[in-house]
Design a protein around this ligand. Structure first.
Ligand code: NAP
Length: 242
């Protein structure tokens, strides 16, 4: 009974990851925070692939909520193992820094950084006991090179990149790998307000990426083909930055 937990798994990149890992035979736990309709659609699509789909609705930036949903599920399902964790939940609230409302700074930081911590502390603890596990953190090009208008988002993803490298060193001896995937511009609701025609000229591959192109790298990082890769950040950005 191997499960993969994908935070922010109901839409966009997270949804593509759920479907990819379902194809690989994992049962899927889909975390999300508000959009019940999309979450149910994703769960139905996962189930159609012949594996189990569990919906766990909670805000990953709220520790009590994480403990009382994800923690509770783990407690009540001791016969099931979360052997893959994909920390994917994320939001953006872009603005130039001097005009950025403090709540937009905190909301973006809390979702990415606290979300990573609150979920991983529960799941990785269990992985350590079982001496098995894969963690993949979805970060961003913005966290590698910094992007103007995204000081909050760049800082949050940069923090998760550093945490990825630190955690990988903590848990490697127990057979657990921790890696990050850094997408560039990917077609999801998060980027739907961006002018793709203007931006794509800057991208060597001259287009935005598809969510499935990120999901396939996550699939590789949780597969048997990547057993000796840990603490790495893999860019999926059409050559925009490396
Ligand atoms: P998206 O289409 O906006 O989907 C975001 C997902 O995260 C939804 O499932 C949403 O749930 C969930 N979510 C948001 N806040 C949450 C919270 N506090 N707790 C739990 N779930 C939460 O975004 P996306 O483009 O797929 O992005 C996914 C990840 O990739 C993010 O970490 C993002 O920063 C990163 N990324 C995206 C791009 C890009 O170009 N799209 C580029 C680089 C990195 P609800 O449906 O309930 O709101």
């Amino acid at each position: 009974m191997q499960y993969a937990l994908i935070t922010g798994g109901s839409r966009g990149i997270g949804k593509a990851v759920c479907l990819k890992l379902a194809d690989m035979g994992y049962n899927i736990i889909i975390n999300y925070t508000s959009n019940d309709e999309e979450a149910k659609k994703t769960a139905d699509a996962v189930k159609a692939k012949g594996v189990d789909a569990v919906l766990l609705k909670c805000d990953v930036s709220n520790m009590e909520a994480v403990d009382s949903t994800i923690g509770k599920w783990m407690e009540e399902n001791k016969d099931k193992t979360i052997s893959v964790l994909v920390n994917n939940a994320g939001i953006k609230r872009d603005n130039i820094m001097v005009l950025m409302p403090p709540e937009d700074w905190h909301k973006v930081m809390d979702t990415a950084v606290d979300g990573f911590f609150f979920v991983s502390r529960l799941v990785v603890k269990d992985m350590l006991v079982k001496r098995k596990g894969r963690v993949v953190n979805v970060v961003s090009l913005s966290g590698l090179k910094g992007l103007p208008g995204q000081t909050n988002y760049s800082a949050s993803k940069g923090a998760v990149i550093a945490a990825t490298k630190a955690l990988a060193q903590e848990v490697g001896k127990r057979g657990i790998t921790v890696n990050a995937v850094a997408p560039g511009f990917i077609k999801t609701e998060m980027t739907q307000d961006l002018p793709e025609d203007q931006i794509k000229g800057m991208i060597p591959m001259n287009r935005f990426g598809e969510a499935e192109e990120v999901a396939s790298v996550v699939g590789f990082l949780v597969s048997k083909d990547s057993t000796y890769i840990t603490g790495q950040v893999i860019s999926v950005n059409g050559g925009l930055y490396s």
